[in-house]
Ligand binder design. Structure first.
Ligand SMILES: Nc1nc2c(ncn2[C@@H]2O[C@H](COP(=O)(O)OP(=O)(O)OP(=O)(O)O)[C@@H](O)[C@H]2O)c(=O)[nH]1
Ligand SMILES: [Mg+2]
Ligand SMILES: [Zn+2]
Ligand SMILES: [Zn+2]
Length: 524
């Protein structure tokens, strides 16, 4: 059964109007009862017997006095009895008729008097109640209208708070650019796109389920209701949406570049690192996504690689970060199959680029000119998509969807050289020390990675990226710590995976988060 909402005054009418009508019905029934009590009930019986008794007494009196008069005037006893019987007989007939008429008239009059008396009292009382009720309704009707005086400031205050906290209710699906109040769903299935203080109620609206009404909070506790995106109508699965500012980060890279493996390990490390901050609460913000993530880690911890990312739109992975006096954000991590970044046409469909706060460009070192086709994981296979193509598409997409086309964008970009474990450091000594060592100075790591990329033949692409992105930083990581081997079921040992995310989240100076320099690389 799908419910519906009532205005405030309608709610009152429903709550008190029906019981009042019931009282009126009961009263009318009582009035009718009084009337019939006199017409054919006990009242009638009493009146009937009273009238009959009065008639009989009168008759007896007249007959006795007649026979006494007869006796006193000197007639004999027989004559007196005769006159007694005569009077009884003649007067009895008349009196019976007369008594019947009197009885009829008296019952009718009594019934009428009872009926009118009751009605009069009822009408006076009813009018008073109706007047008070109508007055109350009118006041509430006015209140419904005047509630604007309360809910407008309340809504304004709430909007200011959202604005201050930079909370936009951004949709987590990459092909939807919707921001704004979600649709809230009642337990009955009714969908409300305007569950906020308004004429339906200030602090709660009431969804009518037949006679029962269910309270839906408009401000506090509202986020606990199931929600749908107001644009694409898909479920909003993240609990903290609306409480934390959204912080969308896109992971970009060619197919097979190592995006998904990097992300799974990076998220685990990110949550660990941030949770170590005093009183910090950091977690994956959806039970379903937490289960999927745990499943991925289970595989990685048994030396297994993850499946290729599936086509179709899934919600971004949401991580709720609450660090007292530090970062408060709902981090959205978008991971798409690499094919999306292969063509501008598909890239252009990713509307989420619009509100982006950071991008991670994952580079498979074996897609770079110097190492092409040397991937020990895929011996002899040339990578399908060159780094240059992906970078060029990223730049086009950013130009199309982000402001500041000419100058370049302030969107921070982390360029991450993946699969560092498989780098042939023996052939190229500059590839040593990119991960697994403690970099006291993060700028040093940045510089090393930048140089490594240059020397692997990506100079042109890097120049192009640096022209477009004002803030670029270079990283290197391994999600596995060794070349994956189907026979080796020992756990992978990631390194350097969390640094790019930490840097992106700490990039704005006001975020108050561990600076990337503090986020040490493993191996210490
Ligand atoms: N040696 C090594 N191989 C890796 C590493 N990370 C990923 N790989 C290999 O690269 C393959 C692809 O990794 P994914 O993370 O699935 O790549 P992806 O970029 O998500 O690929 P798509 O989903 O197709 O876009 C894996 O099956 C591994 O064989 C790494 O750190 N070291
Ligand atoms: Mg993938
Ligand atoms: Zn409902
Ligand atoms: Zn949407």
């Amino acid at each position: 059964m799908q419910g519906s909402r009532l205005y405030v005054h309608q709610r009152v009418f429903r709550r008190y109007g029906q019981p009042l009508r019931r009282v009126a019905d009961t009263y009318a029934c009582a009035v009718r009862g009084v009337k019939s009590w006199f017409v054919d009930g006990l009242g009638e019986l009493i009146i009937r017997w009273l009238v009959i008794a009065a008639g009989a007494l009168a008759l007896l009196y007249v007959a006795i006095s007649a026979s006494r008069d007869d006796y006193l005037t000197g007639n004999g006893m027989a004559s007196a009895v005769g006159s007694f019987l005569l009077v009884i007989f003649i007067l009895g007939i008349f009196l019976a008729i007369y008594t019947y008429v009197v009885y009829r008239i008296s019952t009718s009059l009594a019934a009428l008097a009872g009926f009118l008396g009751m009605s009069l009292v009822g009408i006076i009382l009813g009018a008073a109640v109706a007047f008070i009720f109508a007055l109350a309704l009118a006041v509430l009707f006015l209140w419904t209208i005047l509630s604007a005086l309360f809910f407008f400031p309340l809504r304004f205050g709430h909007s200011c708070w959202l604005l201050y906290r930079k909370i936009k209710h951004k949709c987590p699906y990459d092909d939807c650019r919707h921001t704004g109040l979600p649709i809230h769903v009642c337990s009955c299935g009714a969908e409300y796109p305007d569950l906020e203080p308004n004429r339906y109620g200030i602090f709660h609206h009431s969804c009518q389920h037949g006679q029962e009404s269910v309270k839906l909070p408009t401000l506090f506790g509202r986020n606990r209701l199931p929600r749908l995106c107001g644009g694409c109508h898909r479920p909003l699965i993240h609990t903290s949406l609306g409480e934390l500012r959204e912080w969308p980060v896109f992971v970009v890279g060619a197919p097979n570049a190592g995006k998904t493996m990097f992300l799974a390990q990076a998220v685990r490390r990110l949550i660990d690192t941030l949770s170590r901050q005093p009183h910090a609460v950091v977690h994956i913000d959806s039970d379903g996504q937490q289960r999927d993530h745990t499943g991925q880690l289970e595989l990685l911890d048994h030396g297994r690689v993850l499946a290729k990312t599936a086509e179709g739109t899934a919600a971004a992975l949401g991580i709720a970060v609450r660090i007292p006096k530090g970062l408060h954000a709902l981090v959205y991590l978008f991971d798409k199959p690499g094919e999306y970044f292969q063509s501008m046409q598909r890239f252009g469909r990713l509307q989420a680029i619009e509100g982006l706060r950071g991008a991670i460009l994952v580079v498979d070192p074996f897609s770079l000119p110097a190492l092409e086709g040397q991937d020990p994981g895929r011996p002899g296979l040339a990578p399908e998509v060159p780094f240059y193509t992906v970078a060029a598409n990223l730049i086009h997409a950013v130009e199309a969807m982000l402001p500041g086309r000419e100058k370049g964008t302030d969107l921070p970009l982390a360029v991450v050289l993946s699969k560092a474990d498989a780098l042939p450091a023996n052939l190229f000594p500059f590839l040593t020390g990119l991960v697994g060592v403690d970099h006291e100075n993060p700028d040093d790591l940045n510089e090393r990675c930048r140089q490594a990329l240059e020397r692997l033949g990506a100079t042109e692409t890097m120049r192009m990226l640096q022209q477009k992105f004002q803030t670029v930083r270079y990283f290197s990581c391994t999600a596995t710590g060794r070349v994956p081997d189907a026979k080796d079921r020992s756990s992978f040992r990631p390194a350097g995976v969390e640094a790019p995310l930490l840097w992106l989240l700490g990039a704005p100076a006001d975020a108050g988060i561990v600076r990337p320099s503090v986020a040490r690389l493993p191996g210490r």
